[in-house]
Design a protein around this ligand. Sequence first.
Ligand code: ADP
Length: 518
Amino acid sequence: MNDKIGILHLEDSINDSEIINAIIESAKIEYNYFLADCEKDFLNFLETENIHLILSDYSLPDYDGNEALRVAREKYPHIPFIFVSGKIDDGTAIEKLLNGATDYVFKNNLERLVPAIKRALNDYELEIKRKQVEISLQEKKEIIKAQSGKYIEINKELDFQNEEKEKRAAELIIANNELLFQNEEKEKRAAELNIANKELAFQNREKEKRADELIIANKELLFQNEEKENRAAELIIANKELAYQNVEKEKRADELSIARDKAEESDRLKSAFLANMSHEIRTPMNGILGFAEMLKEPELTGELQQEYIGIIQKSGARMMNIISDIMSISKIESGHMGISLSEVNINEQMTELYTFFKPEAEQKGLEICLKNNMESKETIVKTDRDKVYAILTNLIKNAIKFTDKGSIEFGYICRDKACDDRDKACLVSTTTIEFYVKDTGIGIDPEKIETIFERFRQGNETLNKKYEGAGLGLSISKAFVEMLGGKIWIKRDPVHLDFGNNRDGTGTTICFTIPYNC
Ligand code: ADP
């Protein structure tokens, strides 16, 4: 023991305690000495101090050694308890020892005290060690017990885990084989991929080269595109300019085409006119010259002479007509045709024309009628007598010429705003006299109605035509009508006269107006 030994001494005698203390001191024992002379101090030291040995007197005035032993054995069984007393016999001492006291030393034999103390302390120390060993063993046992239970559990767990591991190992072996197989495949694939990769790397390098080339080419193209866009913008402008010019050219071409058509038509008409004129002049001239020559025949009968003279007169009249038409158209064209106004009685003029043409019409087997629907005194108009006469003559002559069957009707109607029911194309706003000449002849081709009034224009402009004429009558008539302040037109509707089917074709109605001042 390294610490000082704690010795509790229960003793009521100061003298005895000093002697005993001195004896213990002489034994060279390191110790602390605690002296108690009553139960209270005894119990107090036991509780508060580190006591290794109890020395006790057997009998005390107010406490008992037996009671102290009982309390010590009950609460501190390991602390050695030695009675140091003088008043006890051997039988009692043995009994006390049996009750648990460690030893018994008589006060009259104190030389036993130190050996008894040493032995008790030695035993105490051994006991303490034994107890410590015992506790240690017990703890180890418990630890081992606890650990073995744990180990069993762990073992079971390990067994289970081992089984699982074995299963898993089997599976892993299979999986491993599979993986090995897959690895082989992968290695093969990797080898293939490696080759493919190299190939791709090569291709990539090529592509990169190509990409670089393309970038350069792209830049070039961008530049070219910009140039092209600029060029395109310029071209768009130029195109617009050209389109504008084209439109202008087309307009101009259309105008030129129309002008050319007109010029060509005019040339053609002039050629036709000249050829026709040559024919129209030669025919009567041949008649005149031929029959004049034949008149020289001395043996010619009077009857034949009259017939030849008649032919010469007729041819002369025809020549006169042609020359007169040529003169008129020349004057009209040169602007030298004037008008001479006078009071003209329309009724009288119409009757005169009727009388003049009746024989010619009847000779051809045609009916001719005049419809005067106004009183003669009302039909006096201030106009150019000769021109009105010439117009009507042309129209009636044509009617007879172009009609082989049926009839001719001519007349006039006085029109003003209140009774205006005529063809819309000829609406007039002032009071007019509207003349008309109808026939049941061959009619005029509707397509030519608009152009038939142009000079040299004929229904049939070929040489071997059936009807004679220079193609000037209608254009002279139109010029005269317009000079007189009127209009002339051909009615589009077929002619309806009460002649049944006695007609050549659709027939013709030509109308014209002159101003009328009542
Ligand atoms: P011409 O009678 O000398 O040929 P016109 O100028 O008088 O010349 O007439 C022009 C053309 O109009 C004629 O050639 C003819 O084809 C047509 N025409 C005129 N009047 C009639 C009519 N009453 N019926 C049919 N055709 C007509």
